[in-house]
Design a protein around this ligand. Structure first.
Ligand SMILES: [Zn+2]
Length: 228
């Protein structure tokens, strides 16, 4: 699950009133309470630098990555969502070059880097999800606001990160499909447990070839959604 900042000047009452609509956005007060410098002022760990280097190599933009615990991530997220979501994968704010990832995602990416899949049957769904989450956050850092658009853009581009981190080019589509399948399962899970409103902003209904979410990178026949 990922977050981004809405208007930082919106009043508390308005924020609470609008909580259903901004279910997956960070709240300005969180930023004020948690200065960005808190964990950005330290050196990157080897793991964080490795992931940041991969993102830069795949997409050409330098980013600072921080791998933090679920608790730390929740403190940077919308508390209304963090309290209810089973798992928050990362946080980023549009236009800022910082990506916070759940330590679990970082560890999954590190495993991918150490043992990149060479065959389709070697792809691990948790690792595909971690790449998906990292690229989702990356899309926020390049300015994407909406969660469903960030998801759609991540599906179109995450194969590049997979290849950069060691998978063969012919696996890019399969890695992406694993992530898309995993996301679809997550949607089903939230909807079956009566928590549709948490996952609704992320759903891929508008992720279609030729739509405004189409980055124009992939031919329509290879567009990652809907699954086929
Ligand atoms: Zn997001």
């Amino acid at each position: 699950m990922a977050e981004h900042q809405l208007n930082p000047f919106i009043g508390l009452k308005n924020r609470l009133a609008a909580k259903a609509a901004i279910a997956c956005t960070a709240v300005a007060a969180m930023i004020l309470a948690q200065p960005l410098s808190e964990d950005l002022s330290r050196e990157s760990t080897v793991q964080e630098a490795q992931i940041a280097n991969g993102i830069e190599a795949a997409f050409g933009q330098a980013r600072i990555v921080r791998c933090v615990s679920s608790e730390q991530l929740a403190r940077r997220s919308n508390p209304l969502v963090a309290a209810r979501a089973d798992h928050v994968g990362g946080v980023a704010w549009p236009g800022l070059p910082f990506i916070w990832l759940n330590q679990k995602e970082c560890d999954a990416i590190s495993l991918f880097i150490a043992y990149p899949p060479q065959k389709s049957y070697e792809i691990r769904s948790g690792q595909a999800r971690a790449l998906f989450n990292a690229v989702h956050e990356y899309r926020h850092t390049v300015g994407t606001l909406q969660e469903d658009r960030a998801n759609c853009e991540a599906l179109q581009t995450m194969g590049e990160l997979g290849e950069t981190l060691g998978a063969p080019a012919e696996l890019k589509k399969d890695i992406t499909q694993f992530a898309a399948l995993g996301f679809e399962a997550l949607v089903n899970k939230y909807e079956k447990t009566g928590q549709s409103e948490i996952i609704a902003p992320y759903k891929l209904d508008n992720c279609l070839a030729g739509s405004s979410y189409d980055l124009g990178i992939l031919p329509a026949a290879n567009f990652p959604w809907p699954l086929r």
